[in-house]
Write a protein that binds this ligand. Sequence first.
Ligand SMILES: Nc1nc2c(c(=O)[nH]1)N(C=O)[C@@H](CNc1ccc(C(=O)N[C@@H](CCC(=O)O)C(=O)O)cc1)CN2
Ligand SMILES: Nc1nc2c(ncn2[C@@H]2O[C@H](COP(=O)(O)OP(=O)(O)OP(=O)(O)O)[C@@H](O)[C@H]2O)c(=O)[nH]1
Ligand SMILES: [Mg+2]
Length: 440
Amino acid sequence: MAYQHNETIFALSTGLERAAIAVMRVSGAGSAVLLQQLCGTLPAPRRAVLRRVWRDSAVKDNLLDEAVVLWFPGPESYTGEDGFELHLHAGPAIISAVAEALVQSGARPAEPGEFTRRAFTNGRMDLVEAEGIADLIAAETESQRKLALAQSDGALSKLYQNWRERLKYILAYQEALIDFPDENLPQETEQKLTDEISNLIAEMQSHLQDGEKGERIRRGVVFAIAGPPNAGKSSLLNWLAERDAAIVSSVEGTTRDAIEVGGTLAGVRVTFIDTAGLRETEDIIEAEGVRRALFHVKHADCVLQMFPGATIPEEVFSDAILIGNKADLIPVPSEVHGHEVIPVSLKTGEGLKALRHVLERKVESLTARLPGSAPLLTRARHRAGVQEAQQSLAAALEQQWPELRGEEIRLAMRALGRITGLVGVEDVLDAIFGQFCIGK
Ligand SMILES: Nc1nc2c(c(=O)[nH]1)N(C=O)[C@@H](CNc1ccc(C(=O)N[C@@H](CCC(=O)O)C(=O)O)cc1)CN2
Ligand SMILES: Nc1nc2c(ncn2[C@@H]2O[C@H](COP(=O)(O)OP(=O)(O)OP(=O)(O)O)[C@@H](O)[C@H]2O)c(=O)[nH]1
Ligand SMILES: [Mg+2]
């Protein structure tokens, strides 16, 4: 898509559901003329004022609304361009009349993420911060909110920038080695460079090995509920979901499709997946259900492995919490193959409070961080970039020739620069900003 900066764009930046106030946001070079046309003289920068909004204020043609108006002259604005906001009464007729007036005066509706894309292009924020803003808008839980706020505020960007800056220094010394081969830099300096590269590799390693906590907080912790038919898996899902999400029946093999339900535990987004009862079966549809169940067992962050009463499972899945159900009917063993069992009854409710407690602790341990620890990795895109940088640095250490070593360091810098959007990112911008909502 050819990118036009001079076009003036507008969008409704508040939710589409019925609300009292609607914020119409405008950005671009034509903003001053547009605002004067609608509301008369320009208000003081960044001050909220009450104004009448006209289709054409000069001739007092067609009063559209009385609104709170904000004028944001560039570059001290969100996008870095001239812009303004109309805080309108949220009547659909008002919103469409104002939108029509804006279009008639040459503005066009913004594309998803276009305001933030302009902010990025105008150097108001980097790509990692822009992604943080998208996450902030999507955040549904406390942990998502905190993670996104730190990222949109530049904490993660600083980490990547710091690595890149340090590589720049290393490269400068490397270049000195290349340019003045005779004036051999002291052995000590060479050792320092090698040490610093090793330090960076180690720092990147600990960032990459954060147990995917950031990614988990973003997408949610996934629990798969698995076990033999009739164990009470769907009953458990319904209890967790607080609604009748899955069919419960005494017929073995009731559940076939995997049924996903979202929720919040300990301030963290979670997904519970109910699956088909695991057994050998001739029924091809049920067999497909079992195949899918095993897929979820393999990919979940934690398996809630359920068995009914005394029917002890032969194997315990890795990362599993063992739940012995139907404690009202049959005594449940307190451990299986050395693993602790949580006895519950989905019928009487016994043990469920203790189970919720165990799940909350599990979620906490899967996402917890030490206070003051380095920012978490949040996206596969960043992970790929850091991995690439780390591989280039490992290759740099292998190189004997300063020229080739310098080349590897440059590749590492490039990989980091792509994460924050400093270099070579045109190809990813459409994909990144296309995921934003309109009006952001
Ligand atoms: N009404 C309204 N609320 C909003 C936004 C908005 O655009 N409009 N935001 C949009 O995302 C967020 C706040 N972010 C903003 C970031 C920068 C500027 C801005 O004008 N910055 C100038 C001036 C700063 C100042 O007044 O000191 C600057 O940084 O130079 C405004 C909002 C959340 N709330
Ligand atoms: N007595 C008793 N019955 C239960 C309990 N939990 C579930 N049941 C019953 O056990 C039967 C099976 O429950 P489901 O939740 O459908 O079991 P499931 O594991 O999803 O079974 P499949 O989908 O066939 O794999 C139903 O009749 C439930 O009412 C319990 O704690 N005690
Ligand atoms: Mg079921």
